[in-house]
Design a protein around this ligand. Structure first.
Ligand code: SIN
Ligand code: MN
Length: 291
C-alpha cells in the first residue's frame, strides 16, 4: 500500500495519518485472540500497572506469538512506512499496550524519539510509530492524544520520569505542552484523538508529542504499537534490554496481504521464553554516529 501525494502532505503537516478500519474484524480477531495467553505470562516482557496485576505493556510479541509475527510483516502496515522513508525498515520496538478497563493508567506527554535518542542512541528521527487498535477506541477508554504539527519542533526538552507510572519515560513539561497546544490551535484542534473501530491504524511521527489519559471505563483499550526504524538509522547503544529495544537490524521482509488470514510460516524464536541474552544491557557505544 503506497501513500497518495495528499496523504504525504498531510503527514508532513500534522505528523500522523489515521486509517479507520484498516484491518477487517476477521483479521483483527486473529490478533485479539492471541493476547490473553501473552498477558498471562509471568515474564519480564509483561510490565504491569503500578500496584495492579493489569498488563500495561507487553514487549516483543512478534518474537513469541505467530499472529503477531505475521502482523510485523504485514504489507498494509510496512509498505507505507518504507514508502515514506524510501528505505528498508527493521523492528525497533513491538508493544501491546493494555489500557485495561478501570485500571489502565496514563501515559504522560512525550515524544517516542526522545527515549530512543536518550536511551538507545538512535541517530535521527527516521523511525515511525504504527498504532493498531485491537479494541474500539472511544472518548471514554483513554484514546491517544496528539498535538498536531508538534513533530515539526524536532526533539523538545524532556526529563526522565521514573515515578509517575510503572514505566520510565522521557516526558515533556506542562508549560511546553501549553505552548505547543496553543500553537496548534488551542481549543480549536490543538489536541486531537483519533477514534474508531478495532482494526484501525495510525501512523505517527516519532517526534509527535502525545499522551493518553487513564481508562476509567469498563471497556479495554488494547492496542499494538510497532516502531519501525530505517535500517541505516539503527540504534547505537544497548542500554535497554533487547526485548525492549531490538538489536536485529535485518530489513523486514513482507508477507502477502492475506497473512492474517493464512498461516504463513514465521519464526518465533522466543516462544518458549526470553533467552538470557535478551535481558543483558550495556553502556558501550557500538558504532559512532557520523556527523
Ligand atoms: C505510548 O505512547 O507509547 C503509549 C500510549 C498509549 O498506549 O496510550
Ligand atoms: Mn509513545
Amino acid at each position: 500500500m503506497k501513500l497518495t501525494p495528499e496523504q504525504r502532505a498531510q503527514f508532513e503537516r500534522d505528523g500522523y495519518l489515521f486509517f479507520p478500519g484498516h484491518f477487517s474484524p476477521e483479521e483483527t480477531k486473529v490478533l485479539t485472540d492471541a493476547v490473553p495467553d501473552l498477558y498471562s505470562k509471568r515474564a519480564a516482557f509483561n510490565v504491569r500497572e503500578k500496584g495492579s496485576d493489569a498488563v500495561r505493556t507487553n514487549f516483543a510479541a512478534h518474537l513469541i506469538s505467530e499472529p503477531f509475527a505475521r502482523l510485523a510483516r504485514h504489507p498494509r502496515m510496512v509498505e507505507p512506512v518504507m514508502d515514506l522513508f524510501d528505505e528498508a525498515v527493521y523492528m525497533h520496538q513491538f508493544k501491546i499496550n493494555g489500557k485495561m478497563a478501570f485500571e489502565g493508567d496514563v501515559w504522560q506527554w512525550h515524544q517516542d524519539y526522545g527515549t530512543w535518542l536518550n536511551d538507545d542512541l538512535m541517530p535521527t528521527e527516521r523511525a515511525m510509530n504504527v498504532a493498531i487498535f485491537l479494541d474500539e477506541v472511544t472518548e471514554h477508554n483513554g484514546p491517544l492524544m496528539f498535538i498536531p504539527g508538534s513533530h515539526r519542533k524536532g526533539v523538545v526538552d524532556a526529563r526522565h520520569d521514573l515515578t509517575t507510572t510503572s514505566y520510565p519515560l522521557w516526558t515533556v513539561d506542562n508549560d511546553l505542552i501549553r505552548q505547543l497546544v496553543d500553537r496548534a490551535g488551542g481549543k480549536q484542534g490543538g489536541i486531537v484523538s483519533p477514534k474508531g473501530p478495532a482494526g484501525s491504524m495510525i501512523l505517527f511521527h516519532s517526534c509527535l508529542v502525545h499522551a493518553s489519559g487513564s481508562n476509567l471505563s469498563p471497556f479495554n483499550r488494547v492496542a499494538v504499537y510497532l516502531s519501525l526504524c530505517a535500517v541505516s538509522n539503527h540504534i547505537r547503544r544497548h542500554k535497554r534490554p533487547e526485548f525492549i529495544a531490538h538489536r536485529d537490524f535485518t530489513p523486514i521482509e513482507m508477507l502477502p496481504d492475506d497473512c492474517l488470514r493464512q498461516p504463513y510460516p514465521v519464526d518465533v524464536p522466543w516462544k518458549d521464553g526470553l533467552p538470557e541474552s535478551a535481558l543483558r544491557t550495556s553502556l558501550d557505544v557500538i558504532e559512532p554516529v557520523e556527523a
